[in-house]
Design a protein around this ligand. Structure first.
Ligand code: NFS
Ligand code: SF4
Length: 630
């Protein structure tokens, strides 16, 4: 890799990296060459006779128990997807517990979007007419609880209510509809333990099932409940990159995923601004990293500091007074790095603790108290900044975000109030918009930071492909200046520019909409699922027939594999920029990259060159357009 990053803000901070602690790229170099067996998925530690490794070119061609490459790879993949789904389900479950409490007692959280709650209840078959909102909410909570822990058989309520009918029938036929999240997660761990499933096709079907757990009991349920509690995002303007951290403010950087905590920090940062001013600061600047950043950006316009791979660099600016983390994607390296600076690193979740960090546990009852304390710690740290260690950058971009399905529909309904999807469909039909691609997922140190996200998307929008985005992909595109009107002028193809200008006008801007629509955090990939479902149903076709695709150009997390599996099960072509550890199972690889299309409608393809990847995606879109007679 010639370059670590294409992010100009990250680059500047990295140039003046002041050891002695190493950064993520240095630790990566120390790992090289990475293990060939592991890279191919050909190692197993599922029992005490191992570790077993399989030689792809000869002997040994089996583990001690006789598991061959396909079995090993399929078992490992199922475990990864299960872990990813477990992370999202746990996140959704925490949100559910808070919603349940918010409905029954006075406390720190309350319902913000009652309309969303009603709409959702209606979709789930709960009668809403003439009922108290709290009672509707309680029935909704009961339905959600069933999806986590229903006793016996049954099907995920959220899936049956929201997935395209044609998909539900298909998944039933394949026997992959989850009963409830906890049971499927447990069963998948059982299924992959020593001496269990030795059929790779059966293991892959279970992987699909766990992908559906992720999509509906993780993503969709999580987004829905978060919108009910904190509000459905609406258009909002903000800024991105490490330049949002400035010397005059107390800087609080939120990192992690669940908005239960970050919402409170945002609230308390506002309340305690006078305290920060007493300490000599101009104000308190809250900013974010990873998906918690997306949550507070989408709902409050809180600026985005950076994304996954540059998380250490936020501390290395010397300007982060407190970094507050909850769960997922938090590098253990942050603790030793924070010790080299004045930064207080605050952990808040009982399953994420770090040696050397301050642990202030979030709980429903203590949410306000702990948020206040965390903000106070940040203010106290502000006066301990070491001027010699300040390594700031002025790099930042402007953004327009907040593209929930509700936002998109409300903009489109200004053109056609009766059938809001009609104008979008017309633009796709006449070719001004060739298709829609979702770019999602993480950064991965194996790829120059942000490079693949940004260059893939520039290619696509120049070809009149509308891009929707979430997660760290959205953050990458934000920092590259792709989420504003100027980006449309600069990089969008002529058709796309025309329609975005019109939509900008009807939305009341005097400028075009951005060519890339930020739809939220990784759980908000459910919003993309909702758009696909609505488009397919409106046109009376399957998702597989739509001129759409998804891409996780720089994926690293097991969650991304779970999301990708769900997208393939929906019928999407899914591009990955990094090869997952599957090549050691030849038949498994052939299925995931080809055979899956016949069974599920979607498949994966792997390509690390952005132009080549864009070409494959564009050709796929053209084939789908042809199939629809466009
Ligand atoms: Ni998604 Fe979001 Fe980022 Fe990847 Fe991690 S923050 S949940 S997993 S790295 S996109
Ligand atoms: Fe080896 Fe089989 Fe045990 Fe895995 S389960 S470690 S392949 S003996």
């Amino acid at each position: 890799m010639e370059k670590f990053t294409i992010d100009t803000g990250a680059e500047q901070v990295l140039q003046n990296w002041q050891g002695p602690v190493e950064h993520v790229w240095q630790r990566y170099q120390e790992q090289e060459p990475q293990c060939g067996f592991g890279s191919l998925g050909l190692c197993c530690r599922h029992c005490g006779q191992g570790p077993c490794r399989i030689n792809p070119f000869g002997k040994p061609d089996k583990g001690i128990c006789g598991a061959d490459g396909n079995i090993m790879v399929a078992r490992n993949l199922l475990r990864q997807v299960t872990a990813g789904a477990a992370a999202h389900v746990d996140h959704a479950y925490e949100t559910l517990e808070v919603l349940e409490k918010a409905l029954s007692e006075e406390g720190p959280y309350k319902i913000t979007d009652a309309e969303k709650l009603k709409g959702l209840a209606h979709k789930l078959g709960i009668a809403v007419e003439g009922k108290d909102i709290k009672d509707i909410g309680k029935e909704l909570v009961a339905k959600a609880r069933e999806d986590f822990q229903r006793f016996g058989s049954g099907e995920l309520n959220w899936l049956v209510a929201h997935a395209p009918k044609e998909r539900v029938a298909k998944w039933r036929e394949l026997g992959v509809i989850p009963r409830n999240a906890d049971r499927e997660i447990r069963e998948a761990l059982h299924q992959t333990t020593m001496g269990m499933d030795a059929s790779w096709p059966n293991l892959l079907l279970a992987t699909v099932k766990l992908g559906l757990v992720d999509g509906y009991a993780g993503l969709k349920l999580g987004t829905d409940l978060q919108d009910i509690l904190f509000g459905t995002p609406q258009p909002v303007f903000s800024e991105a990159n490490l330049g949002v951290l400035t010397e005059e403010n107390v800087n609080i950087v939120m990192h992690g995923h669940i908005p239960l905590l970050s919402e409170k920090i945002v609230e308390w940062a506002r309340k305690l601004t006078p305290e920060a001013q007493k300490a000599g600061a101009k104000s308190i600047q809250v900013s974010g990293i990873c998906c918690t950043a997306n949550e507070i950006l989408m709902r409050h316009g809180i600026p985005l500091a950076t994304n996954f791979l540059a998380q250490e660099l936020a501390i290395a600016t010397g300007l982060t007074d407190a970094m507050i983390v909850d769960v997922q994607c938090i590098m253990p390296s942050l603790a030793s790095l924070a010790r080299c600076y004045h930064t207080v690193l605050i952990t808040t979740n009982p399953i994420v603790k770090m040696d050397g960090a301050t642990h202030l546990e979030w709980s429903y009852q203590q949410a306000d108290e702990m948020a206040r304390k965390a903000v106070e710690l940040a203010i106290a740290a502000y006066s301990k900044r070491d001027p010699a260690k300040i390594n700031a950058t002025r790099e930042k971009t402007t953004l327009m975000v907040g593209f929930s399905v509700e936002t998109i529909i409300s903009i489109l309904s200004k053109i056609d109030a009766q059938e809001p999807l009609k104008p979008l469909v017309q633009e796709i039909s006449n070719g001004d918009i060739q298709g829609v691609v979702a770019t999602v997922g993480c950064n991965n140190v194996k790829i120059t930071h942000d490079y693949l996200h940004v260059n893939l998307v520039k290619e696509l929008i120049s070809k009149d492909v509308l891009v929707v985005t979430t997660g760290c992909s959205a953050n990458a595109l934000a920092k590259a200046g792709l989420l504003n009107s100027e980006a449309t002028e600069k990089w969008a193809g002529p058709g796309l520019k025309k329609i975005l200008s019109l939509l900008g006008q009807v939305a009341g801007l005097d400028k075009p909409l951005p060519p890339v629509w930020h739809m939220g955090s990784c759980v908000d990939n459910s919003r993309i699922g909702d758009v696909l479902t609505a488009l397919a149903e409106y046109l009376g076709v399957t998702v597989q027939q739509l001129p759409v695709a998804a891409s996780a150009p720089e994926h690293q997390h097991e969650k991304a594999l779970a999301i990708g599996t769900w997208a393939v099960a929906m019928g999407c072509l899914v591009h990955l920029g990094v090869m997952p550890p599957i090549l050691g199972g030849q038949e498994v690889t052939a299925f995931l990259t080809s055979g899956a299309e016949e069974v599920l409608g979607g498949k994966f393809f792997v390509e690390s060159d952005p132009v080549k990847a864009a070409t494959v995606i564009y050709e796929h879109i053209q084939a789908k357009r042809k199939g629809l007679g466009l």
